[in-house]
Design a protein around this ligand. Structure first.
Ligand code: SF4
Length: 168
């Protein structure tokens, strides 16, 4: 059986920067939970960040790829450089995925760690820009398919395809 990596906050766990969860009631997730496939991960907490914590964004004009490769930073609204815990958290998520041979992840959209379609632009004004979070970038590089909580059907199709190919 293929396991799936899921952002812990989507399961309702109160791990977000604001100390809350964002429980998701999609039927696909409910089925995966019942099947015992779900491996929860919160990269920011795994990387050592507290709950609650100040919101953070990738610095303006940079991408997650540059955080991993080129010295770009993740910065909290307080001005604190939180790059290291974000990178460590991404590595922890990848280690969790590798431990179970996971190839599909569904992560919370918009997060500087978990976003897979958009992130915020680094000015803390709620402005979105196309891009991915640091964890989503690292997982994608490692060959995982990363989806957001708006793409359960796509994620499920990908999982079914994985299982059909017996690639676990
Ligand atoms: S979006 Fe990712 S890093 Fe943020 S609380 Fe959810 S699981 Fe943790």
């Amino acid at each position: 059986m293929q396991y799936v990596l899921i952002s812990s906050c989507l399961l309702g766990n109160p791990v977000r920067y604001d100390g809350r969860g964002v429980p998701n009631g999609d039927a696909v997730l409910a089925r995966w939970l019942a099947e015992g496939r779900v491996v929860p991960v919160c990269p920011e907490v795994a990387g050592g960040m507290p709950i609650p914590r100040p919101p953070a964004e990738i610095e303006p004009g940079r991408l997650a790829a540059a955080v991993l490769d080129a010295g770009a930073r993740v910065v909290a609204v307080t001005g604190e450089d939180v790059t290291l815990p974000f990178v460590h958290g991404a590595q922890a998520a990848l280690a969790a995925a590798r431990e179970r041979g996971i190839r599909v992840a569904v992560l919370k959209e918009g997060s500087p760690s978990c976003g897979s379609g958009y992130v915020y632009d680094g000015h803390f004004v709620g402005r979105r820009q196309p891009g991915v979070g640091v964890t989503a970038e690292l997982l994608t590089r490692a060959g995982l398919r990363v989806f957001s909580e708006k793409q359960w059907a796509e994620a499920e199709a990908c999982l079914v395809e994985c299982e059909a190919r017996h690639v676990d």
